[in-house]
Structure formats: structure tokens, C-alpha cells
Write a protein that binds this ligand. Structure first.
Ligand code: SF4
Ligand code: SF4
Length: 391
């Protein structure tokens, strides 16, 4: 069914955010997310995918050399701990909070409401508080229901359940959480997965604390990680970066090397503007991520609409991965993969002057020179070297 049925699916600001929605757009049901399909869809589920999830509980953990030893899995799984505690606390009701259900309110909305006369100043305050709690980036966009899941998932039987976000949310606060550069350099490895897990645990705490702050001001706030809606379009609209061939948002601070979280709220805020950087033009001349993908799950050529994969959103022109191939590789390794993040020329520390200089070049008409200068970068570092530094 097209969405919504009584009006065109395009919205103002889409073009500036690099969002290209076609008339046959359809909202996305989270049941079709590849990680959810791994539990109910026989085309995805296998002994390997079951072993993948079991490895996060130190069961069926392979020991296959550097990066996949017991201590590599031990660190990765320990990094996920706080996130796991949140996602498991209401499992008996089929709510996997932070992943297949929004994070439940831990505090009530204060009965007295703080008067907000200046939404712009309130936005600045929210960003300051997000940073105070530990977010590395924060942007704000208006609520856009196209990107909400049409249904969430009841994890007792993986059936669809109502997406129960309150209807009066007006804004989405989007936060970015930087992944450790040295760990990302060791992808693919179980050790590298600690970079992912640590940020999920960080973001769980940060979204819960920011949401509690807003509720204490007398407004609604729902803390959200991968649940409730697709975060990438919100991050684009909030001006945090630009969508790239590797399916990630490239930011001018950390390139693609971060995770995103969000808080839905009805706090009066001023939205940020999208921030087109010139990444699209760079990706048009670069295929490093697609070349490096071991299972060729990333597309070559220009962005296209839809795709046959059940996990691809319909009616959006963009670079879309073959999620089944991608997750198949994760399952084979018993850990997440982000080779396509590691090799991306934008995977740099832009707090350093020479990388900022490269960024200026990459986002200018001299982008081919920037790509040439990137040759030889992005190789895998040995996981044992990461441990050696710790020792
Ligand atoms: S995460 Fe790994 S398998 Fe998936 S698209 Fe990126 S490189 Fe390919
Ligand atoms: S590796 Fe190249 S093509 Fe892929 S996302 Fe990065 S810049 Fe774009």
C-alpha cells in the first residue's frame, strides 16, 4: 500500500537532505528488518544465524585465530552489557527495548511544565545536555512519520505489534556516537565488534538520560535506539551528514565511524537544516566500500529505487545493500562486519588538521585528487596489535 494514501509521499526539505522518495513509497515494517527476519524467515534463518546470536552469550563461540579468541568475544560481549540489560528487561512482554520496541519511560512527565519562549535557545540547551551526557553529535529535525516503522515486533512470536509512539511528538533529537578508530581498523573481527557494542551501551544511557531530562521539564520524550523508526533519514534531516554508498551517514566530524540514536519529543524546539556536503559526488567516483565487501553486498552505479530484497524500503531512490548477503557474512563470522566503514576514505579523525585539509579537497571539484591521495589507506590492522597496545 502506498503511503500515505491521500497525499504525495514527498516532503519539503527532502532534496536538501538528499532524500529521494518516489510515488510508490511504502512505510517499512520492522518485521522485515534483516535482524528480525533472522528469527522468523526461513530464507534468512539458519544454524549459522542462530550461532551468531548465541555467540553474544559466549555460546557456540568459534576460536578461529587473531580477532576471534575468547578474550576478543569476551570484550565484545562485555561492551554490549548495558544495552543488553535494557533490551532484556521487558522481554516477557515481547518488548526488546532499544531494538524492537521503544525504551520505556523510566520517569513520569513532570506535572509542572517549563515555559519555553524561545525554541532556538531550547534546541541549543538540548544539544548541550546531549553532549553533557556523552553524545558526540546532536542535531534536531521535525517529526516525519514516513520513517516510523508501520509496526514494531512482538519478540514472543515475531508477529507485528502496534508502534506505540505517542501521536503528539513534534521533533526528533538525533545523536551520533563515535566508534573507537583503532577498533574499527580491525574489522572484520569479534574484537572490532566491541566498538559497536560500546556505543550501543553508551547510547542506551544517553537517550534514557536525555529523555528523563525532557520529561522532568514537563514534556513527553521517548528514548530510542534502533527501534520505532529508521534513524538515517532523521540524521540527514537533522543536518548531521550525508548518505553514502556504504549505507552510512558520512559526517564532517567522524566520517561514517559512528552510530546514531534518537529521542522523540513534543518539547518546543527549532529544527536544524540539512547539510549537503558533497559526499554524493565523491561516492559517484569511488567504489572502495563495494570493492572491499567480501560478499559483494554493496551496489555499484548510481542510487536506484527499491530492490527485490524484502529488507529494502520501497519507493526510495538510494544506494541499497543486499541485506541477506551482508548478514550472511556476519553470521559466518559470528560477529558484525564494518569493512565498508573501515575502508571508506572519510573514515578519518577530522580533529587533525591534515585530515580536515583532505576533507576540503574531497568535498571540492578536486575530489579525484582526494581519492588518489587516499590510495593505500583503510587496510586491516591486526587485532593482536590492539591488545599489544593495551599491554
Ligand atoms: S558490513 Fe561487511 S558484509 Fe555488510 S556490506 Fe559492509 S563490507 Fe559488506
Ligand atoms: S568507500 Fe567511497 S563509495 Fe563507499 S561510502 Fe566511502 S566514499 Fe562512498
Amino acid at each position: 500500500m502506498s503511503y500515505p494514501s491521500n497525499q504525495p509521499p514527498q516532503r519539503p526539505g527532502d532534496a536538501a537532505a538528499g532524500i529521494d522518495v518516489t510515488d510508490d513509497f511504502e512505510g517499512f515494517s520492522q518485521r522485515n528488518d534483516i535482524f528480525t527476519r533472522a528469527f522468523w524467515d526461513p530464507r534468512v534463518r539458519s544454524k549459522k544465524t542462530d550461532a551468531f546470536f548465541a555467540s553474544y552469550r559466549m555460546e557456540a563461540t568459534p576460536r578461529r585465530g587473531d580477532g576471534f579468541t575468547q578474550r576478543d568475544f569476551a570484550l565484545r560481549n562485555a561492551s554490549w552489557l548495558v544495552s543488553d540489560l535494557i533490551s532484556e528487561r521487558d522481554g516477557e512482554n515481547g518488548r526488546r527495548e532499544g531494538f524492537q520496541a521503544a525504551i520505556s519511560d523510566d520517569t513520569p512527565v513532570a506535572p509542572m511544565r517549563q515555559q519555553i519562549d524561545d525554541p532556538k535557545a531550547m534546541s541549543a540547551e538540548v544539544k548541550r545536555i546531549a553532549t553533557f551526557f556523552g553524545a558526540d553529535l546532536c542535531g534536531i529535525c521535525e517529526m516525519d512519520d514516513r520513517w516510523l516503522y508501520t509496526a514494531r515486533v512482538d519478540t514472543r512470536d515475531f508477529s507485528e505489534a502496534p508502534n506505540d509512539l505517542p501521536a503528539d511528538m513534534t521533533h526528533v533529537i538525533v545523536m551520533g556516537h563515535q566508534m573507537e578508530e583503532d577498533l574499527v581498523a580491525t574489522y572484520p573481527s569479534a574484537l572490532a565488534g566491541a566498538a559497536t557494542g560500546r556505543e550501543y551501551s553508551h547510547e542506551a544511557a544517553i537517550v534514557m538520560q536525555l529523555a528523563a531530562y525532557i520529561r522532568n521539564l514537563g514534556y513527553r520524550a521517548t528514548a530510542s535506539m534502533n527501534d520505532t523508526g529508521l534513524v538515517i533519514p532523521y540524521a540527514l534531516k537533522a543536518g548531521l551528514g550525508e548518505y553514502a554508498r556504504n549505507q552510512m551517514v558520512i559526517t564532517p566530524q567522524f566520517g561514517p565511524r559512528l552510530r546514531f540514536s534518537k529521542v522523540f519529543t513534543n518539547l518546543p524546539l527549532a529544527a536544524d537544516a540539512p547539510n549537503p556536503l558533497g559526499v554524493r559526488a565523491f561516492c559517484d567516483i569511488c567504489t572502495k566500500c563495494a570493492d572491499a565487501c567480501p560478499v559483494k553486498a554493496l551496489p555499484y552505479g548510481p542510487p536506484e529505487v527499491g530492490g527485490d530484497n524484502a529488507s529494502a524500503i520501497r519507493g526510495v531512490r538510494k544506494w541499497t545493500s543486499d541485506a541477506e548477503k551482508c548478514f550472511g557474512f556476519w553470521a559466518k563470522m559470528a560477529s558484525d562486519c564494518a569493512i565498508c566503514m573501515r575502508v571508506c576514505p572519510f573514515n578519518r579523525d577530522f580533529s587533525k588538521a591534515h585530515h580536515r585539509l583532505w576533507l576540503r579537497l574531497a568535498l571540492s571539484p578536486l575530489r579525484r585528487l582526494a581519492l588518489w591521495l587516499d590510495r593505500g589507506r583503510g587496510g586491516r590492522r591486526k587485532p593482536a596489535d590492539w591488545w599489544a597496545r593495551a599491554e
